[in-house]
Write a protein that binds this ligand. Structure first.
Ligand code: F6P
Length: 546
């Protein structure tokens, strides 16, 4: 299979770039009154406006051709069919099966996975219901008031992000907490106010071998047993979520208290599986399933919509346009919604662990840039922190803006102020301000000609900065499911075009291996000398301080 740069559409786009690069979006809007209609798509009540991008109809045609030539149609179908598209780990990639609400059979090695998916969903329903109603009691007979999820990466970021995003739907009697960092301060601060009699620990790890999670899990167990010295009480206060029954039993959690998922669920795509148990505990299983329905709605859109009207596909293609032709290296995610505070962190793992790759699926080095640095903060906080660089810095940073039309808590004019900022930022990033406009702005200030020119230059904004806007009625479970699935399929689209495996994460292994060696050195008394001079020096200095 040829790499993307060898495809005819890539060459077309390289040529086309030369005609687009000098053009300003201001002029594109002025020249085409139908631009918003042409470059926006409604899906349910979600509006995806991509008209503030450096594109024309020819750009989209060429990008869509690139997707076709890269075999996107076949690649999408292969994922949904359950083929082993994660070639290095020889696994299927089936987070779409976890929310396959149509219950269409999906086969892995000839076996339909849907009965297993539905069975675990049913167990999650029964368990979350019994905890939420108080039927499930702790060892001393009290109802559960606090759930502590212990996990890291995909076993933490997804449920944590969603629980926060859907707090308005949460049962206030059941608080959710998330411990991920092996830094003991994380665990200690979360446990400090908790009562072991009313606390339920959810130890979440796909492999059940992850150092951080096992260490935190053991310490949580010790904390619990110090206060309730009864091994049999563990069964009422510890449940596990994993694919690895043997390791769960070895850890000391009764496998009957284990919620299962499967190797065809990638960690960073797992919040739809039993890994979502803290979500179900927080908002209830009906709401959890509404989120699955939202994601399924987007799955069907991704699978069936024509490429030129396919939102996640266009999101992916626009990213490729900026990364590979304009040289962009980052992408900002800017939710104008405090409840989506953790979305950028969640998408950092989803995107950067998936597409931070430089060999293709055949093991050849790729000759082009791949996944961007993802960052962001909720608006309007980011405006007062890093937006300066977005507006006037030397880098091109494409941005996604997201907001709901309705607030969960209407309060005076807060929400309208919030949304006016969203709209103003996308307008300013697109329009910029010419030097002439800047001059007029300060003309009445009675400045010397020299100072006026100096200030006008500083107040000039180049504009022409691309943004996508996502606007929807309300951040409810269905909409959140849609948004997450849109990003998942965007990532898929980009990985497929870059011809990389978006579903392994070999790059995080080396550090894990080296940490094991270094830990033995930190704990032991032997001489330190097997590393480079810097690492040796740091280890020795660390030991000298203790
Ligand atoms: O180290 C990276 C990683 O493997 C992620 O991909 C994963 O989400 C995380 O660690 C946690 O893994 P586990 O769920 O197996 O504990």
């Amino acid at each position: 299979m040829p790499q993307s740069t060898d495809l005819p559409a890539w060459r077309t786009l390289s040529e086309h770039f030369k005609t687009i690069a000098p053009r300003h979006m201001r002029d594109m809007f002025a020249d085409d009154p139908g631009r918003f209609d042409a470059f926006s798509i409604r899906l349910g009540d979600l509006l995806f406006d991509y008209s503030k991008n450096r594109i024309t109809r020819e750009t989209i045609d060429a990008l869509v051709r690139l997707a076709e030539e890269a075999g996107l149609r076949e690649k999408i179908d292969a994922m949904f069919r359950g083929e082993r598209i994660n070639v290095t780990e020889n696994r299927a990639v089936l987070h779409v099966a976890l929310r396959n609400r149509a219950n269409r059979p999906i086969l892995v090695d000839g076996k339909d996975v849907m009965p297993d998916v539905n069975r675990v969903l049913e167990r999650m329903r029964r368990f979350s219901q019994s905890v939420r109603t108080g039927e499930w009691r702790g060892a001393t007979g009290k109802a559960i008031t606090d759930v502590v999820n212990i996990g890291i990466g995909g076993s933490d970021l997804g449920p944590k992000m969603v629980v926060k995003a859907l707090l308005p739907y949460a049962d206030p009697r059941l608080r959710a907490h998330f411990v991920s960092n092996v830094d003991e301060s994380d665990l200690i601060e979360i446990l400090r106010p908790l009562n072991p009699e009313t606390t339920l620990f959810v130890v979440a790890s796909k492999t059940f071998t992850t150092q951080e999670t096992m260490t935190n899990g053991r310490s949580a167990r010790a904390w619990f047993l110090e206060r309730i010295p009864d091994e049999t009480a563990i069964a009422r206060h510890f449940v596990a979520i994993s694919t690895n029954r043997t390791k769960v039993a070895e850890f000391g959690i009764d496998p009957r208290n284990m919620f299962e998922f499967w190797d065809w669920v990638g960690g960073r795509y797992s919040l739809w599986s039993a890994i979502g148990l803290p979500i179900a505990l927080s908002i209830g299983m009906d709401r959890f399933e509404e989120m699955l329905e939202g994601a399924h709605f987007v799955d069907e859109h991704f699978r069936t919509a024509p490429f030129e009207r396919n939102i996640p596909l266009l999101m992916g293609l626009l990213g490729i346009w900026y990364i590979n032709f304009f040289g962009a290296q980052s992408h900002a995610v800017l939710p104008y919604d405090q409840y989506l505070e953790d979305l950028p962190a969640y998408l950092q793992q989803a995107d950067m662990e998936s597409n931070g790759k430089t060999v293709d699926v055949e093991g050849r080095p790729v000759a082009y840039s791949t996944g961007p640095v993802i960052f962001g903060q909720p608006g309007t906080n980011g405006q007062h922190a890093f937006y300066q660089l977005l507006h006037q810095g030397s880098m091109l940073v494409p941005c996604d803006f997201l907001a709901a039309a309705e607030s969960h808590h209407p309060l005076a004019e807060h929400h309208d102020i919030l949304i006016s900022n969203f709209l103003a930022q996308t307008e300013a990033l697109m329009r910029g301000r010419t030097t002439e406009e800047a001059r007029q702005d300060i003309a009445s200030e009675n400045l010397s000609a020299e100072r006026l020119e100096m200030l006008a230059a500083a107040k000039t904004f180049p504009g022409n900065k691309p943004t996508n806007s996502f606007l929807y009625r309300r951040l409810d479970p269905h909409t959140l499911g849609m948004l997450i699935a849109l990003y998942e399929h965007k990532i898929f689209t980009q990985g497929a075009i870059w011809y990389i495996n978006s579903f392994d994460q070999m790059g995080v292994e080396l550090g894990k291996q080296l940490a094991r060696t270094i830990l033995a050195e930190l704990l032991g008394d032997g001489p330190i000398g097997t590393h480079d001079a810097s690492t040796n020096g740091l280890i020795r200095y660390f030991k000298s301080l203790r």
